[in-house]
Design a protein around this ligand. Structure first.
Ligand SMILES: Cc1cc2nc3c(=O)[nH]c(=O)nc-3n(C[C@H](O)[C@H](O)[C@H](O)COP(=O)(O)OP(=O)(O)OC[C@H]3O[C@@H](n4cnc5c(N)ncnc54)[C@H](O)[C@@H]3O)c2cc1C
Length: 383
């Protein structure tokens, strides 16, 4: 792997960096307090091409490789994880999955809108009774003539109240576990689909997270994404690349923690000198820096494997596991550097820690990543 970025990759990273410094980072604390990012940001993300990365240009995408996607995601994560999450879900989990599994009609119907930011997508897998054990989800879609009628409930759905379309997973047959699941593209204005925002999150407060209730939701048979009974494969293919995106967001959090810790340690004085001159503060800072670099290299490696057409699933779990735990450690170490001021939300590190905390939970908890990696290494499934 060549670690030197191409001219295009450098340019897209600079574009993202400038955008984040100008239009995201200055508002992140206010959006966090208001529990709402400015919705206008979605259109701007689309105009900049950030919602179409890796999606073919014929469907309105901006093309580009996965390393470019990672570079942009890292920058967004540095500025505000709530904004990063909009892209990771609407592009990463929905548009990219649609581009991989959709027929021409489905791609024409949704991709230009999703990549331009005119529409937002959400990913409906988790249910109140099934999180890690998604293969046993209970939402059911029953065939009725040339349509399916869907009943069930989803929870913790990122972008849920903002989204125009849900990539929804439901049971279509009597086959047990993952074999009975199919994927559907469900417009959120379909009668019978109700959405309720979940408030009181520890972090990612600017992001719209929702419960979805489906009561007799009727969609045409053509709304099925991929073959019947292959919905779990659709979901897992989305999450494999999604884990790379979460890892990149975590690199951004850790980088923001490093930047904040360095800035503060240089100007805060105790015992007659800047705290940066105390060896144990340097230890905190160097631990953050090593976490940033290690998480970044693991994440870039996943992008490189994807771009070269190599298997990447285990590498994505490794990157997600390490980067998410590293982001929590880095934000916690940065808070330590800030002392008591780190505990007050006037300073940025408390939010970094709150935002980082979910990264070890969603898109597969750290325990689930270890089982995925363990299965790949031993050939034995512990699920
Ligand atoms: C802010 C937020 C946003 C989210 N966004 C989305 C979204 O957009 N779409 C979506 O579908 N979901 C989303 N989720 C859901 C998320 O993916 C789940 O919360 C996650 O998969 C864990 O499921 P659970 O919360 O039900 O925990 P559980 O599965 O109940 O796990 C509880 C604990 O048990 C452990 N555990 C479970 N099984 C095992 C095992 N076999 N071996 C060892 N330990 C185990 C887990 O690691 C965890 O520590 C989101 C969640 C949050 C908090």
């Amino acid at each position: 792997m060549n670690l030197e970025l191409s001219a295009e990759q450098t340019a897209v990273r600079q574009l993202a960096r400038d955008f984040v410094d100008r239009e995201v980072a200055p508002h992140a604390a206010a959006w966090d307090r208001a529990e709402k990012v400015d919705r206008g940001i979605v259109k701007t993300l689309g105009d900049l091409g950030f919602l179409g990365l890796t999606v073919p240009e014929e469907y309105g995408g901006s093309g580009g490789d996965h390393l470019s996607y990672v570079l942009v995601t890292e920058e967004l994560g540095r500025g505000d994880s709530s904004v990063r999450g909009i892209v990771s879900v609407s592009l990463g989990l929905v548009a990219k999955t649609l581009a991989a599994w959709g027929d021409v009609h489905q791609k024409r119907q949704w991709l230009p809108r999703l990549t331009s930011g005119e529409a937002v997508g959400c990913f409906g897998l988790t249910e109140p009774g099934t999180g890690s054990d998604a293969a046993h989800l209970a939402t059911r879609a029953v065939r009725d003539g040339d349509a399916y009628v869907i009943n069930g409930a989803k929870t913790f759905i990122t972008n849920g109240t903002w989204a125009d379309v849900v990539l929804l997973f439901a049971r279509t047959g009597d086959a047990p576990g993952h074999r009975g699941i199919s994927a559907f593209l469900v417009p959120t204005d379909t009668p019978g689909l109700e959405r309720r925002e979940i408030h009181g999150k520890l972090g990612l407060r600017g992001q719209a997270t929702a419960e979805l209730v489906l009561d007799g939701v009727r969609v045409p048979a053509g709304a099925m994404l991929g073959p019947e009974g292959k919905g779990f494969s659709v979901a897992m293919s989305a999450l494999a690349k999604g884990r790379m995106s979460v890892a990149a967001g975590c690199v951004g959090i850790a980088q923001a923690a490093l930047d904040a810790a360095l800035g503060y340690a240089g100007q805060r004085e105790q015992f007659g000198k800047p705290i940066a001159g105390h060896q144990l503060v340097q230890e905190l800072i160097s631990d953050i820096a090593v976490d940033v670099e290690a998480a970044r290299l693991l994440t870039w490696r996943v992008a490189d494997l994807i771009d070269r057409g190599e298997p990447f699933t285990t590498a994505a779990s490794q990157a997600k596991l390490f980067a998410s735990e590293a982001a929590v450690r880095a934000a916690n170490n940065a808070l330590q550097v800030f002392g008591g001021y780190g505990y007050i939300d006037e300073y940025p590190v408390g939010k970094l820690l709150r935002d980082a905390r979910v990264m070890t939970l969603y898109e597969g908890t750290s325990q689930i990543q270890k089982l995925v990696i363990g299965r790949a290494l031993t050939g034995v499934s512990a699920f």
